[in-house]
Design a protein around this ligand. Structure first.
Ligand code: FAD
Ligand code: NAP
Ligand code: SF4
Length: 676
């Protein structure tokens, strides 16, 4: 018996049974938008179904053209489209799973002219203003939902999920923020709810009783003038009465200025909203958001806060998550670190969604790691993300791998990243790799700065240089002053710093270091503390949008963050995470100075000036200066190896330091492992 009995209890819906309590939450991968990618999508879902998921939910399909997320995006409006979906439903069924399609009308989030909404109010995150849908248009749209669901049934789906949250079309009717109508579809809470309830009724009528209807309900909207929780609970009851089988949790509109899924959000931070809805209805409710490990899922189910658990990104990171939990191989789970770098950031950049930790996600048919026919002896130098991914994947394919690491532990720069407050999840990646190195039989030689001679003498068939990067030391007079520390010295070596600190360089690391410096003692915030910092009210049922005044803890010290360029700060941070970092340092009062020249560092502090003419000289009187001025590749082994006639493979930071991140490092390591 598994250690997670609740998670693996089947769920009997009367006419059908889900094999366990794990739902794969809807994620738009981009593959839905292109007919010719249907087989790729089928392979992607089948891999998760084989991995044990109870119910898969697809990315969103529009019920009509005005509901498109993007021009010519995914929709299900014709029989021809429905027949194409059979490749997907068949693949999932053959793998023993069940699958529901998500019906998503984007409303004013549709990124194109001609979009519609409850009222003609532009979303702050979209340049296109919607028009207010006429009453006739509302009726037609409801019919479109019903037709879409019937086509889904024809396509072989076991059910559908009606997207009613995240600030999309239905949600726009529900909230007074976006619904200013005075007809039968707005004006009172009951009339605002009418569209949602009517859609469910007509979908139920179109598909009959034996078709799963999931409704994705916004349980905390986190926007001004959103619904009250009391209204949301009433809606949940009305949806149950209208024929919904399962209520799925949705937290926050896309335009919300409270983070809901980034790594600094504590695990299961929003489950108390779900628990309230669970208490209010008699149908199963599904918890979601920042649930990434079986223990926490089991706790939620055991407490009775929900009957199902939705995992979305965790199944990108590890399609075998469910099977591993079932077999008590939890230490082998490649845990989603909620970085968004290859999933949501890709979705917003219109690139196929993948995963920083698992580059195969979304590329199942192309990136294949099959057993090798000729086992080679391979040396991998460096146990940062690039070297780790190469070593583990090479060994899994059957090669004999020696992994050399100069440090006394694995991780490279990731070992620094994991010490940043709010990035504690990065620990899980190092736990995963530690375990996988054991399982795959990689010979790990920690504390070994390997030289070219040893590699040459080793007689390896292949040598992989994953020697990474070292912090750049900028050419500033006084850079060797004792008050100056690199980010690595500050974080990894734990060197003490004073109460006033300047940070040179405002890239991803400069922001992380600013957060590190301003957070006293670097505690892992509990959900309540975190909600207080960001201003979430989970108690007052009458408050609109579940918002409160943010009350961040005071900053531990004064920090000035500097950059030479004059462009806006944090411009190159991740699309879906950058705003969180910017808001976090702002909340801690970090001063930001752009367009600066670093003149010198001396006992008084950091001397700067501004602009090409070095105007407005200024002293920043600080106790310490932390340098986060980018990195340079470590490639000292390459030339000696080449001189000896070897042809080493360079990956990660060793290949290129510019714009390096763990996503590229792991991708390069994995792809090289697939080739050798
Ligand atoms: P490295 O991580 O530099 O690893 C190289 C390894 O090689 C080191 O362990 C080194 O000791 C070893 N080595 C070098 N020479 C030898 C030798 N001769 N013999 C043996 N061993 C040797 N990236 C993200 O994608 N997302 C983030 O949120 C993120 N946050 C970060 C936060 C901070 C504070 C920092 C510092 C980095 C962050 N990064 C982040 C960047 C990410 O950690 C790096 O891009 C990644 O670690 C690079 O991987 P790599 O394997 O190429 O090199
Ligand atoms: P970075 O983003 O390239 O930033 C380097 C900073 O140093 C820039 O702000 C640059 O700004 C400054 N700089 C460069 N050369 C300098 C010099 N000679 N003197 C003074 N300043 C100089 O690199 P990073 O912050 O080191 O991050 C490394 C990688 O890790 C990045 O690619 C990033 O993606 C990744 N990372 C990601 C996250 C995340 O949350 N996703 C977090 C941390 C790191 P100016 O030139 O304007 O001064
Ligand atoms: Fe999770 Fe990051 Fe992978 Fe997205 S890219 S699934 S957030 S680990």
């Amino acid at each position: 018996m598994s250690s997670y009995p609740r998670l693996f209890e089947p769920l009997d819906l009367g006419f059908t049974t889900l094999r366990n309590r794990v739902v794969m939450g809807s994620m738009h991968t981009g593959l839905e938008d292109r007919a010719w990618d249907t087989n790729k999508l089928a392979a992607y879902f089948a891999e998760r179904a084989r991995g044990g998921v109870g119910l898969v939910i697809t990315g969103g399909y529009a019920p009509n053209r005005t509901g498109w997320l993007l021009p010519f995006g995914a929709k299900l409006t014709t029989k021809a489209e429905a027949y194409r979906h059979r490749a997907i439903t068949r693949a999932v069924h053959e793998a023993g799973g069940k699958i529901a399609i998500q019906i998503l009308h984007a409303g004013r989030y549709s990124y194109m002219p001609g979009s519609v909404s409850a009222s003609a109010i532009k979303a702050p995150i979209n340049p296109f203003r919607p028009r207010s849908l006429s009453a006739k248009g509302v009726e037609r749209t409801i019919d479109d939902y019903a037709r879409c669901a019937a086509l889904a049934k024809l396509a072989g789906y076991d059910g559908c999920e009606i997207m009613g949250g995240e600030g999309y079309f239905i949600n726009q009717f529900l909230a007074p923020r976006t619904n200013k109508r005075t007809d039968d579809w707005g004006g009172t809470p009951a009339k605002r709810r009418r569209l949602a309830v009517e859609i469910v009724r007509r979908v139920r009528a179109a598909v009959g009783p034996e078709f799963i209807i999931v409704f994705r309900l916004s349980m905390a909207e986190l926007v001004e003038n959103g619904q009250t929780f009391e209204e949301i609970r009433t809606l949940a009851r009305e949806l149950e009465a209208a024929g919904v089988h399962i209520l799925n949790t949705d937290i926050g509109w896309h335009e919300a200025r409270v983070p809901t899924i980034v790594t600094s959000v504590p695990r299961a931070a929003f489950v108390e909203f779900t628990a309230e809805i669970t208490r209010a209805v008699g149908i199963p409710v599904c918890a979601s958001n920042r649930i990434n490990m079986p223990e926490i899922a089991e706790e939620i189910l055991t407490r009775g806060d929900a009957q199902l658990i939705s995992l979305a990104r965790p199944l990108l990171a590890d399609p075998e998550w469910v099977n591993k939990a079932a077999m008590d191989r939890v230490d082998e789970i490649n845990t989603c670190i909620a970085c968004n770098q290859a999933c949501l950031d890709h979705a917003f950049a219109r690139k196929t969604v993948s995963c920083l930790l698992n580059p195969r996600a979304g590329h199942e048919t192309e990136l294949i790691l099959s057993p090798t026919r000729r086992a080679k002896r391979i040396a991998v130098v460096g146990a940062g993300p690039a070297g780790l991914s190469a070593a583990v994947n090479l060994a899994e394919r059957g090669h004999r791998v020696d992994l050399f690491e100069a440090d006394d532990k694995i991780g490279g720069q990731f070992d620094i990243a994991r010490r940043i407050p709010g990035k504690e999840e990065f620990d899980e990646s190092l736990r995963y790799y530690t375990r996988m190195l054991e399982i795959t039989g990689v010979t790990v030689r920690l504390g070994t700065r390997v030289g070219a001679d040893e590699l040459i003498a080793g007689g390896y068939d292949e040598v992989v240089l994953a020697t990474g990067v070292k912090p750049r030391v900028p050419d500033i007079p006084g850079i060797d002053h004792p008050m100056v520390l690199s980010y690595a010295e500050l974080v990894r070596e734990g060197r003490p710093v004073g109460k006033r600190v300047a940070v040179i360089g405002a890239g991803g690391i400069g922001y992380d270091i600013s957060e590190f410096l301003t957070v006293e003692g670097h505690p892992t915030l509990k959900p309540d503390e975190w909600k207080q910092e960001w201003g979430i009210d989970a108690d007052d049922e009458q408050v609109r949008g579940q918002l409160a005044v943010p009350r961040p803890a005071p900053a531990a010290r004064e920090v000035v963050l500097l950059q030479r360029k004059s462009t806006p700060f944090g411009k190159d941070l991740g699309k879906t995470t950058g705003w969180v970092h910017r808001a976090a340092v702002q909340a801690k009062g970090v001063e930001q100075l752009g367009g600066v020249n670093y003149e010198r560092i001396d006992d008084h502090g950091l001397h700067i000036s501004f602009g090409a003419a070095h105007e407005r000289p200024q002293l920043i009187p600080v106790d310490n200066v932390i340098v986060c001025a980018g990195q340079e590749s470590v490639r000292d082994l390459e030339q000696p190896l080449r001189a000896a006639g070897m042809d080493p493979h360079l990956i990660g930071g060793a290949d290129l330091a510019a714009e390096l991140d763990a996503k590229r490092a792991i991708d390069q390591g994995t792809r090289l492992a697939a080739r050798l």
